[in-house]
Write a new protein. Structure first.
Length: 182
């Protein structure tokens, strides 16, 4: 009998975002092959690249055993520039939620006093077709106007640089996020 795939309230589809992939790798924490492995960032002393299963992230055992974070706890709320959230939310996002890979230090968007749900990486095409309501937030966050913004927005690429990172507020449903480049 296979175990149900763990649910992550702040990263609802880590398979679609590419943070978790099918794999026959043995999890370094539980020593089991569960069919999936986490491929996002890990902040820990031990080298845990592509070595932790989603179950050990969800139950917090990987964070406890290895002192690991999957998103820098200070980056939840963008180091204080977005909405403040309770310490328990920061802990859940950083220690029990799959992170995502960005070009620079990843940040987790917060809104309405809670962490938002990560929806994925996006380029111009994805923003225009899937999340057009996020354009104003990305523009504001980038601090660009006019032709500079138009050129930057046209260059957004989900698999290249610059890239947008899209979130949905769990309270009001507003889209938000940020972009960065290499």
């Amino acid at each position: 009998m296979t175990e149900p795939f763990p649910q992550f309230r702040y990263h609802p589809d880590p398979l679609a975002t590419g943070s978790i992939v099918p794999s026959t790798t043995v999890c370094r924490r539980c020593s089991r092959v569960r069919g999936y492995i986490y491929v996002g960032p890990v902040f820990a002393v031990a080298d845990l690249d592509e070595a932790i299963c989603p179950w050990c992230i969800a139950d917090g055992s990987a964070a406890r055993e290895f002192g690991a974070e999957f998103t820098d706890s200070a980056g939840v709320g963008d180091y204080g520039s977005w909405d403040a959230v309770p310490a328990a939310v920061v802990e859940e996002v950083s220690q029990r939620t799959p992170g995502f890979s960005g070009w620079q230090q990843e940040r987790w968007w917060t809104h309405c006093g809670d962490a938002a749900a990560f929806l994925g990486r996006a380029g111009r095409r994805e923003v225009e077709t899937r999340w057009p309501d996020v354009v104003a937030a990305l523009k504001k966050e980038a601090g660009m106007e006019g032709e500079t913004w138009d050129e930057y927005f046209a260059a957004l690429d989900a698999d290249g640089s610059p890239t947008a990172y899209i979130f949905r507020c769990r309270g009001c449903g507003q889209l938000g996020g940020y972009s960065d480049c290499d």
